[in-house]
Each structure stands twice: as C-alpha cells, then as structure tokens.
Ligand binder design. Structure first.
Ligand code: SF4
Length: 245
C-alpha cells in the first residue's frame, strides 16, 4: 500500500535561518507537532487537520486534502524545480517531520537522492532520526531552552539526539530571548561539546521585536558558547525581514 503522510505546505523560497540563509530551497513542511512551543513561528503547521498548500510555479497555490500519497508529495517537490539546480537544497521542516519518520523515509526513497537534503527538527526524537539519518545530508536540530519554550527541560533528549546525528553535518540552533539565563546557553554548549564537538552552534535571537535580546546579551551568549565550542555564530531569521515565507 502506498504510504501517506500529513503535509502543511510545499513551496520554494529563500532559506531564512542558519548558515545556508539566502539559498533557494524547496520546503516540505510536515503537518503536526506535539511540542507546542510558546514562540512557534509556524502554529498553522501544528494542527493535525486541514489541506496541504502546494505551490505551483508561476501559477499560485493549490490545496490538497490530507493525508497525501507519497508519490503526490514527490511530484509536488520535483515540480518546484523551475530548471535543474534552481533550488540548492530540499528542506524538510515542520511542524515536526520526525513525528512521521516512516513517511519521511518513503518520500526520501522516492526522491532517490535527487536533492541535497536538510532536515530541520526539534531535536528530541533520536530514535526517529535513526530511521532516516542515512537519507539526509544535513541535520539542523533545535536546543529547546526552558526559558523560551516554557515546556520544561529537554537536555537528555538533545544529548541523545546529537549523539544519534554523528556522521552527518550537524547544525544546533538555540533560540534565545531576553529572559534566557546564560546558564542555559552554557548547558547547551557543554552538551554539544561532548556529543558533537564539530557541530555549528547557532544562537538565534527570537524574532518578535518586543522580545529581542539586547546586543550586550548576544555578545555574552556568544562569548560563553565560544569558550566551549569552536563553531559558534549569532544568526537572526532573515526571511521575516524579507517578508517571504
Ligand atoms: S518544535 Fe518547532 S514546530 Fe513544534 S511547536 Fe516548537 S517551534 Fe513549533
């Protein structure tokens, strides 16, 4: 039987986060995430119902009822290529893609390595990562800081996840707010230093204008992390500035 999965949207746009920002990526946003972070910038992708929004290059968008067969999703992904190489990468995002690991595996299998694949995930599902790790090139995991998510601590899950990601390029992102204590940044950096010392640690100031950490805080966070790790950057979200999805 054909595998089916829940998709929020498929479109092509500029990558707005992390070291690959500015590249054109195909985004497959999975529908559904059980975490419910307070700062989530894609709350529409947390619901478990509703149609998928699929971009049709040069035409607009169409809506397809969920769940979608894997071949439909594969065809929608390939149709985002205006010409071969137009998009630099395929970004699998959410919602939380690793809440549907078997469907993700089926989709990447159908695509057969056609695109360099970047998986964006909340970084708390190491067993699900192991189901798809061999099919992705870059893993971008979150460090969910208690001061920002308001959901408690995920340190142990993040440690196991970073260990599970070994052998792949790893980007670890921590969204920080004015209420973030430096000890949380230190904790994330220490976990990463032991589990994946070559990973890039991205400190991402929360995007809401009223809640952005001060420059002094960002310098402090950077210094703290840089004492522990060799690859640290402070990078804000830029797609919001550009007004693109
Ligand atoms: S893990 Fe990501 S998708 Fe899920 S609620 Fe948090 S920010 Fe939103």
């Amino acid at each position: 039987m054909d595998s089916t999965g829940y998709i929020s949207e498929i479109f092509s746009s500029f990558q707005g986060e992390g070291p690959y920002m500015g590249e054109r990526h195909i985004f497959v946003r999975f529908l559904g995430c059980s975490l419910g972070c307070g700062y989530c910038d894609t709350p529409y992708a947390m619901a478990e119902a509703g149609p998928a929004r699929i971009e049709e290059a040069g035409i607009g968008f169409k809506r397809l009822e969920n769940p979608l067969p894997v071949r439909t999703v594969m065809e929608a992904v390939i149709s985002q290529e205006v010409f071969p190489g137009f998009n630099s990468k395929l970004a699998i995002t959410g919602g939380e893609p690793l809440e549907q690991p078997e469907f993700l595996r089926a989709l990447l299998g159908e695509l057969g390595g056609r695109f360099k694949t970047l998986l964006e995930t909340n970084g708390i599902l190491p067993d699900a990562l192991l189901r798809v790790k061999d099919m992705v090139d870059i893993i971008s995991m979150d460090f969910k800081l208690p001061s920002v998510t308001d959901k408690g601590e995920f340190w142990e899950a993040h440690r196991e996840f970073a260990l599970a990601a070994r052998g792949r390029e790893l980007i670890a992102k921590a969204v920080v707010s004015p209420g973030t204590p430096i000890k949380e940044v230190e904790m994330a950096a220490n976990i990463l230093a032991k589990a994946a010392p070559d990973a890039l640690f991205v400190i991402q100031p929360i995007t809401e204008k009223s809640a952005t950490p001060s420059p002094e805080m960002l310098f402090e966070f950077y210094s703290c992390a840089r004492r522990i790790l060799k690859n640290v950057r402070v990078i804000p979200q830029v797609h919001k500035i550009m007004g693109v999805r």
